[in-house]
Design a protein around this ligand. Structure first.
Ligand code: FES
Length: 142
């Protein structure tokens, strides 16, 4: 049912724990099962230099949290924001369909930690998106 890679990340999860003075913290709960996950990040020059997680959840949630920390470490914030639950499942060489919802938790927790980082830096994500839209309209001559 689970791939060897998934079982490996479940049995030997990477980057478990917390970071002293994290730059961003994301906490999310899975409405389907009630499990919870927390991801903490340390950021330097827009690059995620350290990342840790704590998960109170099923084996798939632990494996997906472990994998997403590996995928995000060393990436820029912008690159990390593009990591999807599908990327996590692919990196684990697949998840049973009934467990796909567990990978939502990992992607949501990472994105939430990045949002917290932006908030702490005083950067609003909405205005950034609006600025991009305005620039797009301007380029299109609207
Ligand atoms: Fe809760 Fe997997 S069953 S996250």
């Amino acid at each position: 049912m689970y791939t060897d890679r998934c079982m490996d990340h479940f049995r030997n999860p990477r980057n478990v724990g917390t970071i002293k003075n994290p730059d961003g913290v994301g906490r999310v709960g899975n409405p389907v099962c009630g499990d919870m996950m927390e991801i903490q990040i340390k950021v330097k020059d827009e690059v995620i230099t350290d990342i840790k997680f704590r998960t109170f959840g099923c084996g798939a949630a632990i494996a997906t949290s472990s994998m997403i920390t590996e995928l995000a470490k060393g990436k820029t914030i912008e690159e990390a924001l593009k990591i999807t639950r599908g990327d996590v499942a692919d990196a684990l060489e697949g998840l049973p369909p009934i467990k796909m919802h567990c990978s939502n938790l990992a992607a949501d927790a990472l994105h939430s930690a990045i949002q917290d980082y932006y908030k702490k830096k005083g950067i609003k994500i909405e205005p950034l998106r609006k600025k991009e839209a305005d620039e797009h309209e301007h380029a299109a001559g609207i």
